[in-house]
Design a protein around this ligand. Sequence first.
Ligand SMILES: NC(=O)c1ccc[n+]([C@@H]2O[C@H](COP(=O)([O-])OP(=O)(O)OC[C@H]3O[C@@H](n4cnc5c(N)ncnc54)[C@H](OP(=O)(O)O)[C@@H]3O)[C@@H](O)[C@H]2O)c1
Length: 266
Amino acid sequence: MSASDIKKYAFITGATGVIGGEFARAFAERGENLFLTGRDVRKLHDLKADFSERYPSVDIKFCAADLADGESRKKLYKEAEGLIFSTLVNAAGADIQKPFSEYDEEKLTFQIRACFESAVSVCNFVIANRAEKLQIINVSSICGLQPMPNFAVYAASKGALTQFSVALWREYKGKGVNVTAVLPGSVYTRPDVVEYIRSMGFWARRAAKSPRYVVEKSIKAVRKNKKTKIIGALNATVCFFMKFLPASVKLAVIERRWRGSVKDAF
Ligand SMILES: NC(=O)c1ccc[n+]([C@@H]2O[C@H](COP(=O)([O-])OP(=O)(O)OC[C@H]3O[C@@H](n4cnc5c(N)ncnc54)[C@H](OP(=O)(O)O)[C@@H]3O)[C@@H](O)[C@H]2O)c1
């Protein structure tokens, strides 16, 4: 059997979420077989039923798992054993946003593991089971470019994910593995996020993007093996000029801007 005859899969975490679901749809449209995961088994069933009808030539497998839990990850990897992967999208994450004083131990470890540890672990598994060529998209955030008071745990976890991805990019350069950390700003996703974007004013609404836009830009970026990709020209411009502001000014502005704003859907 030649390398091109081997069945290859796109491994997508957070497939039950808005952005992960959009990635799954985009790869199914391109004829890629899917291995989907999320915590909600019912949503995974529904996704499989929907995609099987729309894309009958695509093989769809799924396994529910809590990626914040090491034992659950082991079961997931057992389920995926024997498959070969040509794509990985780490879209799982938890955008919990609140002052640090409002966290308990459980919430803290959950968020850090869901946003960072899980992606690193899945990268390790998928790289060990890769096809001749592999593309990895790690869905990070522009929040990871800057320490964010009142959104500190999310920003630090996404910052770690971006750094990790860039290091991986260099380690695997020229070895058939493309790695891109994708940095969206606000994306119109869950109803609470849409509501939040609407409440943030004109420029925030201008900068916000649709999940489809994020997915198409991400796929383009990983094909070109870009280390990082900030999604949207306005976001990229703001991030560029932010570099020239003194850190104390940025921290004060962010602390004030995010004070009193709480998001906790997990
Ligand atoms: N929306 C935005 O504005 C925005 C902006 C920048 C970056 N991002 C990032 O984009 C990614 C997707 O966001 P989204 O807006 O599509 O969010 P979402 O709809 O809330 O989806 C989050 C996904 O992560 C999964 N997940 C969370 N914790 C998990 C865990 N412990 N184990 C396994 N799966 C877990 C959820 O699974 P279940 O639903 O099955 O629990 C869901 O599939 C996240 O990493 C987020 O940080 C989002």
